[in-house]
Design a protein around this ligand. Structure first.
Ligand code: NAD
Ligand code: ZN
Length: 359
């Protein structure tokens, strides 16, 4: 192992295990005077598994419709609404998939950092730590529960970029695999693949380090074990994927994604595909950069009979070509990680459009 100097900020406390959602009781009762703000995916409205915890007297709940992934516009709107309640929330608790966890992080950050979320899209732009935040993932794969970012889209600027900062890391997370039982099979697969893709991009990158490599390898091992079995959603597989997602998030916090994510971000901006499905589509475009992994990915698709849309970029208008190019090339850090400083000479506009036309 090469000699490295390294600092890594991580989630302070991790609860992991089936049924551990009940740890919320302890958290809610820890300080009786706290005001709690819950941000919950609307799928869980009136669901017993969550409802038991919501009777606590000082709880305010925001149910999120996650049919669209988080935008700067929506996050700013929510923060304005929360500020209008004139209550000082001491703890924010997010329960849901990556969209809900990212919205929770963004709200927490903006309650203690003034101005629009747009101001903080980028690296280390937040000035102050946000409100104490607790994340409870209900789908495994994005690693948002562990990562130092919260991804927001801005359709006006064509930016799909996170608030990448130590302040975006959750203070506590509860990883309870019972919560992922109800996820639709395709969605479950797409999101699980996000971990697989984060890790293969990190391991094929130029910014590798032993810390990220070990997290990535641990996550990949678990993903491969899960994808090679028949029932992706068995109890043991739900546990393995939840752990893999956490490891993947830790890996990506200390390394960087590669080519698939910038291409995927452009598909989300131009065609509004959700992140994890967009990744699976973009993998086809990035086949030449990750040939072995692409082959393996295709074997998973076949084994689990997963549908990935095709021919999306067959008849692109000039406007769409411009948008796809701009929304890909804006991701300089991952592209440098994958291709080096020379990335703009390798990924010319012509080349990028050609890659998209292959999908
Ligand atoms: P999601 O949060 O967008 O949810 C997808 C769908 O699943 C929604 O319809 C939701 O209602 C439903 N759902 C959630 N939990 C469920 C459950 N237990 N049972 C049934 N349905 C359920 O999905 P995702 O793939 O987890 O998150 C994608 C988002 O994560 C994107 O916005 C992406 O940009 C972000 N992301 C963030 C990071 C990060 O490090 N912060 C990393 C990767 C991706
Ligand atoms: Zn991702």
């Amino acid at each position: 192992m090469k000699n490295i100097n390294f600092s890594l900020q991580n989630v302070n406390k991790v609860y992991f295990g089936s049924g551990l959602i009940k740890s919320l009781d302890r958290i809610l009762n820890r300080k009786r005077n706290d005001n709690f703000l819950f941000v919950i995916d609307s799928f869980f409205r009136n669901k017993k598994i969550i409802n038991n915890f919501l009777n606590y007297k000082k709880v305010k709940i925001i149910y999120l419709n996650t049919s669209n992934e988080p935008t700067t516009f929506e996050v700013d709107r929510l923060v304005k609404k929360i500020k209008s309640y004139k209550i000082k929330y001491n703890k924010i608790i997010g329960i849901g998939g990556g969209s809900t966890l990212d919205t929770t992080k963004a709200i927490s950050n903006l309650l203690n950092n003034s101005g629009s979320s747009k101001k903080y899209q980028g690296w280390d732009l937040l000035k102050r730590k946000g409100v104490y935040k607790i994340g409870i993932p209900t789908i495994s794969g994005t690693g948002a529960e562990a990562s130092r970012t919260c991804v927001l889209m801005d359709f006006k600027t064509g930016k799909k970029l996170g608030m990448n900062s130590e302040f975006s890391i959750f203070d506590e997370i509860i990883l309870d695999p019972d919560l992922t039982k109800t996820v639709d099979k395709n969605q479950y697969f797409y999101t699980a693949c996000d971990t697989y893709i984060h890790c293969i991009e990190s391991l094929n990158g130029k910014l590798r380090n032993p810390v990220a490599d070990n997290f990535s390898n641990a996550a990949l091992k678990l993903c491969r074990e899960v994808f090679s079995t028949r029932n992706l959603k068995s109890k043991i597989n739900r546990s393995k994927l939840m752990l893999a997602s956490y490891y993947g998030g830790c890996a990506i916090s200390s390394s960087m994604v590669g080519i698939i994510h910038p291409l995927s971000a452009a598909l989300s901006i131009v065609f509004k595909f959700h992140h994890c499905l967009a990744n699976c589509i973009a993998f086809r475009a990035a086949k030449e950069f990750y040939p072995q992994e692409y082959k393996e990915f295709c074997s998973f698709l076949k084994k689990h009979n997963i549908f990935i849309p095709k021919n999306i970029c067959k008849n692109l208008s000039n406007f769409q070509k411009d948008q796809l190019y701009k929304s890909t090339i804006i991701h300089s850090k991952p592209l440098k990680n994958a291709l080096g400083h020379n990335y703009k000479n390798i990924l010319t506009k012509k080349k990028i459009i050609k890659l998209f036309e292959r999908i």
